[in-house]
Design a protein around this ligand. Structure first.
Ligand SMILES: [Ca+2]
Length: 112
């Protein structure tokens, strides 16, 4: 019976972790959302991750973002020589970004 309770607890913990990614955003992250107003699919990046291509759900499809670290949004025009960039500063946020550079984002990096 005790073993069963422990297993159930582990499963509950695992599903909580999976269903609440936005709440897991830590300090120093830049979090992006597929929808406006911080809704939809979300993904958080940290400068320690280095250069990262954004996940498919957010590729050319960032509806909003919040930054608590500096970083750089990248739109590749021709890999690896031609890119368009936007500097992001800690404290930056956009509730609506898909009508701007959010509609072009391919990757995030610590510096432009
Ligand atoms: Ca792009």
């Amino acid at each position: 019976m005790i073993r069963y309770a422990t297993l159930a607890g582990l499963i509950a913990f695992a599903s909580l972790t999976v269903t609440a990614p936005a709440a897991q955003a830590g300090p120093g992250d830049i979090c992006m959302f597929s929808g406006r107003d911080y809704r939809g699919s979300s993904w958080c990046w940290n400068p320690g991750n280095g250069y990262v291509d954004v996940p498919p759900a957010l590729h050319d499809n960032v509806g909003s973002f919040r930054a608590t670290s500096d970083g750089c949004f990248i739109n590749w025009i021709e890999v690896p020589s031609k890119k368009e960039t936007r500097v992001v500063r800690s404290g930056d946020f956009r509730k609506v970004y898909d009508d701007d550079f959010g509609g072009k984002i391919d990757a995030v990096a610590p510096k432009c």
